[in-house]
Write a protein that binds this ligand. Structure first.
Ligand code: ADP
Ligand code: ZN
Ligand code: ZN
Length: 660
C-alpha cells in the first residue's frame, strides 16, 4: 500500500495521487501507466508516501513500464526545468522519459535530416594553443570548472574536445557532446570514430527513428556508450559515469527550445555539470554575450585559439562592396561577379550566402502600393518558383501567383528583393558553364538530400553553392575560396536587441568557410553600410572587441546578460482579448512585484510578429537585475494568471527568452 505522486504530461503545476496495488514495484522515477479523466496516460513517479492510506476517490496505478526508474539526477534535472522555466512538471518530465516509451514526438531539434557521409577526416597532433586548452581542461577534471573555448573558425576546437574526451573516457568516464544541428552530427561522429577508434559513441537527435534513439539512450544509460553526441534533447540522457560535457557552438539559439517546455540546453549543461562536480566546455568562434560576460567576470575560464589550426591556412581577406550606385546586375555587384569568374577559371569553389529561401521576399504592384501579404499573419507572402506560388513562411498559407494586382488591376507585378531561388537563377544566367547547387530548407527536405549535396561539393562536382545559413556551420571544403554575402543589411533593421550579436556570429561563421586549407580565402560582402559595427567586427575579425562593446551597451540599456528577463506571451483570435489579458497581467505583476527586489514590469506590446496563423499576439516583459527575485516572482505571477484569460486565449511564460 501507499500513495505515489505521479507527474502527468498535462499543463498543471502539480502531480496526481495514485495508490500502489499490492505486488507492483513502484519507486521514485518509475514510469507508470495510469488513468486521468478516464484516459490512459504515461506518467513519472516523483514521490512515494508509503505510510499514507489512499483516499476514497484515488485510483490505482495500472502498470509499471518495464524499464529502470529514471535516475535521480535526470529526474531532478527535469523537475528543475519545470520550476525554473515555469513549465508543468509533467511536461518537463516527458523530456526525461526514454524515447519510444511515449508516442514519437514530431518536434524538431535543429534543421535537416542527417546521413552519414563517406570520408573520414584525418586527426592531427595538437598545436601549442590546442595543447594548452586541452591541458587546462584535463587539469580541471573532477571540478566544476566552466570553460569558454573561444576559437576562430578553423582553429581546431574539435580536436580539443576530442583530446579532453579521450582523457575522460580513458579514466572510465562518459562524455556528453551537444551540438546545435542534426546536420552536424554525422561529420562529428566520423571525426570521433577516426580520432578515438574503439570507443563506443552514439548519437541522439530527433531525426533518428525511435528504435535507434532508444538503443542510443539505453547504451548511454548502461554505460556501454562512452560518448554521446546529440542535439539539445540529449541533455536528458542518463549517463552514470558522466565526467565531461561539451557544448559546441554554444551561442546557437537552437539550444533553446522555443515551444512547450522552453529550456536552454546550454544552461542546463552548466547546471548538470556543476551538480556532478565535473567540467563543462562551451565552445564557439563567437561566444554568446551571456558566456562572454561570465568569462569577463572570471566565473568562467577563458581558453583561446586565436589562429587557424591548419598551418597552410591564413585568415580570409574581407572586402565590402556597395550596392547603391554600382552596376549591380541581378543582385550581383561587378566585384563579386569578377571574383566568381576567377574562381571558375582556377577550378575553385564559391559559396553565395543569402539568408532567405524562395525566389523573392514579396510581390509588389508597380502602380499602387499593393504587396502580397499573408491573410493570417503580419508577414509578406514569399514568391516561390517551380511551382509558382506565394507562400507564407510563418504558417501553412499558400496561394497561386496573381497575374493582376488585386487592388488596381495592373498586370505589372514585380518580385521584390532576392531569395536563394532567384540568386541561383541569376548565377546560372551569368555563368552558364558553371555547375550550381542550392542548399536551403526547400532543397533538403528529403532524407539524405543535404548529405548528397555536401558530398558533391566535397567531390568537386559543384562550382558555385548558393544557400542559407544551413551552410554556415562546421562544413569544411578545402577548394572553397570565395564567400559572397548578400542581403545581410536586412538584418540590421531588426528590433531584437540580440540582432547584431546574432548577425556577427552568422557572418563570422559564413566567412569562416573561405580558405580553410592551403588556398587563400576571400570574402565579399555586398552592403550599403560598411561602417556598421557588425561589419567592422567582421573586417577586423576581432570578436573580443565587438563583444566588449556590446556588453557595455547592454550595461547601459540594462538588457541581458546584465539583467534577467522573462516574457509573458499571449495570443488569441481577438486583439481585445489579448489586450485585456495583458493589461490585467501587468496589474497583477505590479501588485506582486511591490518591494520584490527590483522587478520591473514593462507595458504590454505587440509581439515582433503581431499576428501569426490567425492569432493576434502580444507580450509583457519583466526584468530584474538578479535571478533570485525574478524566480521567486514568476510562479506567483503564473498562479495569478490562471483562469483570467478565458478559454480562447493561450499564454506562456518564457524565461531567459531568445526570441521576442
Ligand atoms: P573549428 O571547429 O574550430 O572551426 P575544426 O576543429 O573543424 O575547427 O578544425 C579546422 C580544420 O583544421 C580541420 O580541417 C582540422 O582537421 C584541422 N586541424 C585541426 N587541428 C589541427 C592541427 N593541430 N594541425 C593541423 N590541422 C588541424
Ligand atoms: Zn496595384
Ligand atoms: Zn501566414
Amino acid at each position: 500500500m501507499g500513495i505515489a505522486r505521479v507527474a502527468l504530461p498535462v499543463a498543471v503545476p502539480h502531480a496526481f495521487d495514485y495508490w500502489i496495488p499490492e505486488g507492483l514495484d513502484v519507486r521514485r522515477g518509475s514510469v507508470v501507466r495510469v488513468r486521468l479523466a478516464n484516459r490512459s496516460s504515461l506518467g513519472v513517479v516523483v514521490g512515494i508516501d508509503s505510510a499514507s492510506e489512499p483516499g476514497l476517490r484515488v485510483q490505482p496505478i495500472d502498470e509499471v513500464i518495464a524499464i529502470p526508474p529514471i535516475a535521480d539526477e535526470i529526474l531532478d534535472l527535469a523537475l528543475f526545468v519545470g520550476r525554473y522555466y515555469q513549465a508543468a512538471p509533467g511536461l518537463a518530465l516527458e523530456l526525461a522519459v526514454p524515447p519510444s516509451c511515449k508516442a514519437r514526438s514530431r518536434r524538431r531539434d535543429g534543421a535537416g535530416v542527417a546521413d552519414v557521409p563517406q570520408l573520414a577526416p584525418a586527426s592531427h597532433a595538437l598545436n601549442p594553443a590546442q595543447r594548452a586548452a586541452a591541458q587546462a581542461i584535463l587539469d580541471a577534471r573532477g571540478t566544476s570548472a566552466v570553460f569558454m573555448l573561444h576559437g576562430v573558425t578553423g582553429s581546431g576546437k574539435t580536436e580539443v574536445y576530442l583530446a579532453a574526451a579521450q582523457d575522460a573516457v580513458e579514466r572510465g568516464g562518459q562524455v556528453l557532446i551537444l551540438m546545435p544541428e542534426i546536420n552536424l552530427t554525422p561529420q562529428f561522429e566520423l571525426r570521433v570514430r577516426a580520432a578515438l577508434p574503439g570507443i563506443r559513441a552514439v548519437t541522439l537527435h530527433s531525426g533518428l527513428a525511435a528504435g535507434t534513439r532508444r538503443a542510443s539512450w539505453d547504451a548511454a544509460a548502461s554505460g556501454a556508450a562512452r560518448i554521446v553526441l546529440g542535439t539539445r534533447l540529449a541533455m536528458f540522457t542518463p549517463m552514470p559515469e558522466l565526467a565531461l560535457v561539451v557544448v559546441d557552438e554554444e551561442h546557437d539559439d537552437s539550444f533553446k527550445q522555443q515551444e512547450a517546455v522552453r529550456y536552454h540546453a546550454r544552461d542546463l549543461a552548466i547546471l548538470r555539470a556543476r551538480r556532478r562536480g565535473i567540467p563543462v566546455v562551451l565552445g564557439s568562434a563567437t561566444p554568446s554575450l551571456e558566456t562572454w560576460a561570465r568569462s569577463r567576470q572570471g566565473r568562467y575560464r577563458a581558453l583561446a585559439l586565436p589562429a587557424r589550426a591548419d598551418p597552410r591556412a591564413s585568415p580570409p581577406s574581407i572586402a565590402f562592396v556597395p550596392l547603391r550606385g554600382s552596376r549591380t546586375q541581378d543582385g550581383l555587384s561587378p566585384p563579386l561577379r569578377d571574383a566568381i569568374a576567377q574562381r571558375l577559371a582556377r577550378r575553385e569553389q564559391s559559396l553565395l550566402f543569402i539568408n532567405r529561401r524562395g525566389y523573392a521576399p514579396s510581390l509588389k504592384c508597380a502602380s499602387c502600393a499593393w504587396e502580397s501579404e499573408c491573410p493570417r499573419c503580419a508577414a509578406r507572402l514569399v514568391v516561390h518558383h517551380a511551382p509558382d506560388r506565394l507562400r507564407c513562411h510563418h504558417c501553412a498559407h499558400v496561394e497561386r501567383v496573381t497575374r493582376a494586382c488585386p487592388q488596381c488591376g495592373n498586370v505589372d507585378l514585380t518580385p521584390l528583393g532576392f531569395g536563394t531561388q532567384r540568386l541561383e537563377q541569376a548565377i546560372r544566367t551569368a555563368f552558364p558553364q558553371a555547375r550550381v547547387a542550392r542548399i536551403d530548407r526547400d532543397t533538403t527536405r528529403s532524407r539524405g538530400a543535404f548529405a548528397a549535396v555536401r558530398q558533391q561539393v566535397e567531390d568537386l562536382e559543384v562550382d558555385i553553392l548558393v544557400g542559407t545559413q544551413m551552410l554556415a556551420k562546421g562544413h569544411d571544403f578545402p577548394r572553397l575560396t570565395l564567400v559572397g554575402i548578400l542581403g545581410a543589411d536586412n538584418a540590421l533593421y531588426s528590433a531584437d536587441f540580440r540582432a547584431t550579436e546574432r548577425l556577427v556570429a552568422l557572418l563570422m561563421q559564413v566567412a569562416g568557410r573561405a580558405g580553410r586549407a592551403g588556398l587563400p580565402g576571400q570574402v565579399i560582402v555586398q552592403t550599403d553600410f560598411p561602417d556598421h559595427p557588425v561589419y567592422r567586427a567582421l573586417a577586423t575579425q576581432d570578436y573580443a572587441a565587438f563583444a566588449d562593446e556590446l556588453l557595455a551597451e547592454r550595461e547601459l540599456a540594462q538588457l541581458p546578460p546584465v539583467t534577467r528577463v522573462a516574457l509573458l506571451a499571449a495570443e488569441a483570435h481577438s486583439r481585445d482579448d489579448v489586450d485585456r489579458f495583458l493589461a490585467s497581467a501587468v496589474e497583477r505583476a505590479h501588485a506582486l512585484a511591490e518591494g520584490a527586489g527590483g522587478i520591473e514590469v514593462f507595458p504590454p506590446v505587440p509581439a515582433a510578429m503581431a499576428r501569426r496563423a490567425g492569432y493576434e499576439r502580444g507580450q509583457v516583459l519583466v526584468q530584474c537585475p538578479r535571478r533570485a527575485p525574478l524566480q521567486a516572482f514568476l510562479p506567483r505571477w503564473r498562479d495569478a494568471l490562471v483562469g483570467i484569460g478565458g478559454s480562447k486565449l493561450r499564454w506562456a511564460i518564457d524565461v531567459d527568452p531568445v526570441a521576442f
